[in-house]
Write a protein that binds this ligand. Structure first.
Ligand code: SF4
Length: 58
């Protein structure tokens, strides 16, 4: 289960750059997990660690 805390996310796009198969920026300017994405991929952890505001919960 991977979640983005939308209140915390600042929409910097780092997670999307690191792991675009799982994350995308929504029309609200916040990252979210893509529908049906395989969240077991390694880059999810990288993205979570790289998020400047720790908005990604793995
Ligand atoms: S890296 Fe963090 S703050 Fe940046 S878009 Fe992703 S979830 Fe939001």
């Amino acid at each position: 289960m991977v979640e983005v805390d939308k209140d915390t996310c600042i929409g910097c796009g780092t997670c999307v750059a690191l792991c675009q198969e799982v994350f995308e920026l929504g029309s609200d300017g916040k990252a979210h997990v893509k529908e049906g994405a395989d969240t077991s991929v390694e880059c999810v952890k990288e993205a979570a660690e790289a998020c400047p505001v720790q908005a990604i919960k793995v």
